[in-house]
Write a protein that binds this ligand. Structure first.
Ligand code: HEM
Ligand SMILES: *[C@@H]1O[C@H](CO)[C@@H](O)[C@H](O)[C@H]1NC(C)=O
Length: 330
């Protein structure tokens, strides 16, 4: 027969055990999500360069290998891949929205807006990276992070700077056509470009540095300052940097000094316009004269661009196939 005090103590013991179990469960749940999100300065969580260290340590090498393979037959691929990261981040943040194909009426692809149509490319290589990663670590690496990793690897392979890519983005489940239609245009005046960058907290130094990516890759002559003057078809490809077309270096800024930038939106940073003289022109001169300075700023600006409104923790999803959201069942 139990007395009252022993009943109280066994109840206490039970409560204590339940409490410990709860703490343990919470700790385990934390570990399961333990992809190392750190607190961000503005509250919320921040991306981290160590995000896949435990869950997919080969992520970087896998992405690098697929890009290396792809570039054997298509030397333009590194340039095309970094541009995808830019067009992803500037629309709905870096959430892989650009990669979604049409699946009407729910999903209207961003691939058909003027800035992307017959222009954005490299999607098959992204598919190749994704399937290699699904082999190595199923369901772990987001399509948004693939673009961020591919951007860094592409710059490095072309001879540019290296940087620590921040990771931990998750994939969105929507597109944003209005945002995609608002991507910077090669015919935007300088103040418009500055405004479009400032909207994402990117200043004049970021604008000048990031446009330095036009040191490699191609442009259709319809977008150039010359506008196909020789009467070629408007989609005829020319090198963006006609001095060192495939190398990531600071020659692009030298071209600007000679008025020889390909895009009107490149050359506006160094025009006689007083706004350019007061804002972007001094930065162009700096980067033209000092490649190290350009590399340092480019890397920092890429990290800033990669931080545009990422989805983290339980927001969004890790897509299985970059062209489709998971819930559609395939
Ligand atoms: C200031 C805003 C920008 C404008 C108006 C702009 C515009 C363009 C245009 C019109 C093209 C040629 C597309 C074609 O002919 O099909 C192009 C190509 C390219 N852009 Fe930009 N761009 C901007 C910023 C950036 C940024 C921030 C990056 C990357 C950090 C970037 C990287 C590239 C690359 C690498 C290519 C060549 C792509 C390839 O060969 O496939 N651009 N850009
Ligand atoms: C380029 O040239 C074509 C043909 O002359 C013209 O229709 C088009 O408006 C020009 N584009 C620009 C941006 O000047």
């Amino acid at each position: 027969m139990e007395d009252a005090s022993s009943r109280v103590s066994s109840l206490l013991g039970l409560l204590l055990a339940a409490h410990c179990a709860l703490l343990l469960l919470l700790r385990l749940a934390g570990a399961a999500h333990g992809h190392g999100y750190a607190p961000a300065p503005g509250g919320g969580v921040a991306l981290s360069s160590a995000f896949y260290d435990e869950s997919c340590p080969s992520a970087y090498d896998v992405v690098r290998r697929v890009i290396q393979d792809a570039r054997v037959s298509d030397p333009r691929i590194p340039a095309s891949l970094i541009r995808l990261h830019f067009h992803d981040c500037f629309v709905n943040g870096c959430d892989g929205s650009l990669l979604l194909d049409d699946d009407l009426p729910a999903i209207q692809s961003e691939k058909h807006v003027p800035a992307n149509d017959k222009s954005a490319r490299g999607f098959e290589v992204v598919d190749g990276i994704k399937s290699a990663l699904e082999e190595a670590c199923p369901g772990i690496v987001s399509c948004a992070d693939i673009l961020a990793l591919a951007a860094e690897i592409s710059v490095e392979l072309a001879g540019g700077p290296r940087w620590r890519v921040l990771l931990g983005r998750r994939d969105g489940t929507t597109t944003n056509i209005e945002g995609a239609n608002n991507l910077p245009s090669p015919f935007d005046p300088l103040d418009k470009l500055q405004e479009k960058f400032r909207n994402f907290n990117l200043d004049d130094t970021d604008l000048v540095a990031l446009q330095g990516a036009h040191t490699f890759g191609k442009v259709q002559c319809q977008f150039t300052q010359e506008n196909c003057t020789a009467g070629q078809p408007e989609e005829t490809l020319e090198n963006l940097d006609q001095v060192t077309p495939n190398v990531f270096d600071n020659k692009y800024y030298g071209n600007l000094l000679h008025g020889a930038a390909q895009l009107p939106s490149d050359q506006v940073m160094l025009s006689a316009d007083p706004v350019a003289e007061m804002t972007t022109a001094p930065i162009v001169h700096r980067f033209a004269g000092n490649q190290e300075d350009f590399f340092r700023n480019f890397a920092a600006s890429m990290v800033k661009m990669g931080n545009i409104s990422p989805l983290t923790r339980n927001d969004g999803e890790i897509r299985k196939f970059c062209r489709r959201i998971n819930s559609e069942g395939y």
